[in-house]
Design a protein around this ligand. Structure first.
Ligand code: SF4
Ligand code: SF4
Length: 90
């Protein structure tokens, strides 16, 4: 399930550099997550990094983008051709 950033975001920018898939960018008013790149950190970390570093809990799982772990890993593989996912991240 891809994450999305809610209106709680205070645009501190802390999450952007933490994303292993470069899925986060500065939007018009708040930071935004590209659901086509968000793997819930599957392939990179054992838990969603953006949610961990955010001071206001703005990143939340988005039920509109329900995906299985297998689908998330497949998405990660397409984003990182030739690389192996981090151990414990899937
Ligand atoms: S959950 Fe992970 S992959 Fe998804 S946007 Fe946050 S840091 Fe990036
Ligand atoms: S870390 Fe939280 S408050 Fe800061 S830009 Fe990311 S979502 Fe917004």
């Amino acid at each position: 399930m891809a994450y999305k950033i809610t209106d709680e975001c205070i645009s501190c920018g802390a999450c952007e550099a933490e994303c292993p898939n470069e899925a986060i960018s500065e939007g018009e008013t708040i930071y935004v997550i590209d659901p086509d790149k968000c793997t819930e950190c599957v392939g990179g970390f054992d838990s969603p990094r953006c949610a961990e570093v955010c001071p206001v809990e703005a990143p939340q799982a988005d039920p509109k983008h329900a995906e299985s772990k297998e689908q998330l890993l497949e998405k990660w593989r397409k984003l990182h051709p030739g690389k192996e996912p981090a151990e414990g991240s899937y």
